[in-house]
Every structure is written in structure tokens, then in C-alpha cells.
Design a protein around this ligand. Structure first.
Ligand SMILES: Nc1ncnc2c1ncn2[C@@H]1O[C@H](COP(=O)(O)OP(=O)(O)OP(=O)(O)O)[C@@H](O)[C@H]1O
Ligand SMILES: O=C(CO)[C@H](O)[C@H](O)COP(=O)(O)O
Length: 409
């Protein structure tokens, strides 16, 4: 019998028994989850050391799993704050836990950061000459097993990567929430993890914009030099191109952030052109459209109902292809002068999954101080948040409706 030590599961509303990994039939209330014991030595390789199985009785409810991929400093935290706000209630780190935990918990959602699956700590990466973006610095077996366990209603002891010390800290308990968001560098990298996702999003920030945001945060707020910011971006680029960027082809929605086309040769990166690329045919997700579904439309909303200063605002909507997939793309270039007037734009968008007229505008006004609230990044993040709420409601209602359907048949 294998013994699970540091990284094991804990049952929810039930007891777990540890057994050898035999292939057995999985009953409706009985789940078997394979876990890998992993070394927690500082700087250690963190390699797996044999599976053990924990058999648990889990709750009936299934967790909806959302993946959010992006490079560091590309707005994941901001997006998460918008998303959790759509579900109501503030997201906070686990109470009484590690103060350096990367996890955020609210009533409905738990957001876990995939940096916690780094198998090499900062020293270990330095010694082996690999970056955190390199798959060799991450434990995808553990990521898969734990996300699978949570999805099927079983709590897990998830490791913590401490960004302050650069070390792997003792694990924290993650109970299955209604919605689990896995955010970080690699949510769609491993096919097994990817298959567990009910919906996936990629934040695609162009190099120019990423640079401008990094300067804003790391230079203005963290005192780094321009040279060190450039060097850090350059050092990450080969692995970013090899392992992070290719994930966007799997995403159900991509938010692409580019320099504006409204100001010729703009290099300030303040005015942005943002594209919301939405895959067609995704279960429980119907793309947003402007005016008329499937048409190609260019729209300048500035005028009597929307105040715009230079360089104005331009929308574009239409069907397209993206990595050979059929998509709809909604684009906004420019920025809002007055957020309360956003209702004018909102009223021309359809399929935005609001529960009442003006909900997008209300959300945007509520978080007017978040980065990107005056442009397409904030607008599209808010809309994707509403679409995720809708997807969650469809998935859960189809589950409760299923036995009725069966009775009818
Ligand atoms: N939509 C936006 N518009 C302008 N700046 C933004 C936007 N989103 C993020 N930023 C800038 O990027 C910085 C990082 O944002 P955020 O913390 O949300 O990213 P992150 O991906 O979670 O970063 P990390 O992974 O490094 O923690 C912010 O402090 C802000 O300066
Ligand atoms: O890309 C990152 C994800 O946020 C970090 O750089 C990675 O987690 C390594 O962490 P640190 O910067 O603490 O060494």
C-alpha cells in the first residue's frame, strides 16, 4: 500500500480510506482519486514517488472548472476580481492560512494560482537553468489529479508556491467550490487538465502593451529599472513563445490587447485596441454580437449619446477564423470618457447574459478604479464574467433537469 504524505486529498462531508491503486468500478457517490507523493525539499526536484488512491464519498454537486491563461503581469488578478464580483461577494485568501497563499475564496468561487504547481522553487530553477514557464519546472501530474479531484467533489491539500520567499510552502486545504478557476501560466498546456475545463480563456497581451504595463507596475510601483524590466521580458520570451502562447488556440474566448490603430504610430500604449475572440459551437456559450448576429459591422458610437475625446472610439464585429476554428470577433478601439454613458453601447450588444438592463454598465461603474475600466479590456472582461455565470447556471440547471428528462423517456 502506498502512503500519501504531504499532498493528499481530504474528503468533503465524508471519510476517506487509503488503498492500493486497483481498478475498481466507481459508484455514483464513491470516487477514487490517485495522488502522487511529492518531495517538499527546498530546491528539490519535487518528483512524483508512486501513486496512492484515496477512496472518498463526495457530495453530489460537481464543480464547474474555468481556466484562465496569461503571462505574468497581464491582468489575470484584475480579471479575477471582476469575475468574482459578478457572482457577488469579495474574494479573500483562506482564513487563518498561510499569509502568502495565492488562493482567493468567495461564496461561489475559488481561484487557485497554478504557480502553486511549480515543482522547482526559485533556487531549484536557477540551479537547473529553467524558467517557471518551462514545463519541467511544473508538476502537471499533480495539477491534473488535484483539479480532477476537486471537480468530482473531493477536497485536496494543494501545495503553495511562495512568491515572497521563492520556496514551496506546506500545502493548504482546498474544498470543492461551485466554481473553480485555475489561473496561471499553463491551464491549457496539459491535455488531461485541458479536458477538465468547462470553459477556457486566454489573455493575449501584445508585446508592446505588456511592456507598457510592466513599466507602469514594476517601475512606477515596485522601483525596478527600465533595463531590468526589458531584461526580464527578453529572458522569458523564448519559453513564453514555446509554452504559454500556443495555449491560445485551445481557448474558448481570447481577449487580445493591441496598440490602438486610431493614433498613427502610437507607442505610448495607453489607448488600446481590444478584441474579444469567441469560439463558435462551445457548449453553454453563445458569442456576444453587435446589432446583427453573423453580419460584419463597423460602428463609431461617438456623437450625441456617447462623449468621445481624441482619438474617439470604434467598434467592429464579425465572423472570422482563428487557428482554423470558426469564431466571432468583437473589437473596441479607443476609450470611454464617461463610464455612465456605457449603457448606450451596452444596449446595442446582444447575448451578453445580463440579468437586468444595464448590468454591464453597473459592473463597470462599480469597479471604475480597476485597470482597464475605461476601455475594451474592462468591458470584455466584465462580459466574459457574465458569460461564465450564464455557463455555470446552464451546467447546473441541466444537471438538476437531467433526472426529469430521464423520467419522461
Ligand atoms: N486592463 C488593463 N489596463 C491597463 N493596465 C493594466 C490592465 N490590466 C492590468 N494592467 C497592469 O498590469 C499590472 C498587472 O495586473 P494584474 O495584477 O491584474 O496581472 P497578473 O497577470 O495577475 O499579474 P501577476 O501574474 O504578475 O500577479 C497592473 O498593476 C496594471 O499596472
Ligand atoms: O511567471 C510567474 C507566474 O506568476 C512567476 O515568475 C513564477 O511563478 C516564478 O515566481 P518568482 O517570480 O517568484 O520566482
Amino acid at each position: 500500500m502506498a502512503v500519501c504524505s504531504a499532498y493528499t486529498t481530504q474528503s468533503l462531508n465524508s471519510t476517506c480510506s487509503i488503498s492500493t491503486p486497483a481498478k475498481t468500478h466507481l459508484g455514483f457517490h464513491q470516487k477514487q482519486v490517485v495522488f502522487y507523493r511529492r518531495s517538499s525539499k527546498r530546491g528539490g526536484s519535487g518528483s512524483s514517488s508512486g501513486p496512492c488512491v484515496i477512496t472518498c464519498s463526495a457530495g453530489d454537486s460537481q464543480t464547474v472548472v474555468i481556466g484562465l491563461a496569461a503571462d505574468s503581469g497581464c491582468g489575470k488578478s484584475t480579471f479575477m476580481r471582476r469575475l468574482t464580483s459578478v457572482f457577488g461577494g469579495a474574494a479573500e485568501p483562506p482564513k487563518g492560512g498561510n499569509p502568502d497563499s495565492n488562493t482567493l475564496i468567495s461564496d461561489m468561487t475559488t481561484v487557485i494560482c497554478l504557480d502553486d504547481y511549480h515543482s522547482l522553487d526559485r533556487t531549484g530553477r536557477k540551479e537547473k537553468g529553467v524558467t517557471a514557464l518551462d514545463p519541467r519546472a511544473n508538476d502537471f501530474d499533480l495539477m491534473y489529479e488535484q483539479v480532477k479531484a476537486i471537480k468530482s467533489g473531493v477536497a485536496v491539500d494543494k501545495p503553495i508556491y511562495n512568491h515572497v520567499t521563492g520556496l514551496l510552502d506546506p500545502p493548504e486545504l482546498i474544498k470543492p467550490p461551485k466554481i473553480l478557476v485555475i489561473e496561471g501560466l499553463h491551464p491549457m498546456f496539459d491535455e488531461r487538465v485541458r479536458d477538465l475545463l468547462d470553459f477556457s480563456i486566454y489573455l493575449d497581451i501584445s508585446n508592446e502593451v505588456k511592456f507598457a504595463w510592466k513599466i507602469q507596475r514594476d517601475m512606477a510601483e515596485r522601483g525596478h529599472s527600465l533595463e531590468s524590466i526589458k531584461a526580464s521580458i527578453e529572458a522569458r520570451k523564448p519559453d513564453f513563445d514555446a509554452y504559454i502562447d500556443p495555449q491560445k488556440k485551445y481557448a474558448d474566448a481570447v481577449i487580445e490587447v493591441l496598440p490602438t490603430q486610431l493614433i498613427p504610430d502610437d507607442n505610448e500604449g495607453k489607448v488600446l485596441r481590444v478584441r474579444l475572440i469567441m469560439k463558435e459551437g462551445v457548449k453553454h456559450f453563445s458569442p456576444v454580437y453587435l446589432f446583427d448576429e453573423g453580419s460584419t459591422i463597423s460602428w463609431i458610437p461617438c456623437g450625441r449619446k456617447l462623449t468621445c475625446s481624441y482619438p474617439g472610439i470604434k467598434f467592429h464585429y464579425g465572423p472570422d477564423t482563428y487557428f482554423s476554428n470558426e469564431v466571432s470577433i468583437l473589437e473596441m478601439d479607443g476609450q470611454f470618457d464617461r463610464l455612465d454613458e456605457l449603457i448606450y453601447v451596452e444596449s446595442h450588444l446582444s447575448n451578453i447574459s445580463t440579468k437586468f438592463y444595464g448590468e454591464v454598465t453597473q459592473q463597470m461603474l462599480k469597479h471604475a478604479d480597476f485597470p482597464g475600466s475605461n476601455n475594451g479590456t474592462g468591458l470584455f472582461q466584465t462580459i466574459v464574467g457574465l458569460k461564465i455565470r450564464d455557463l455555470y447556471e446552464q451546467i447546473t440547471s441541466s444537471k438538476t433537469a437531467a433526472p426529469l428528462e430521464a423520467t419522461k423517456a
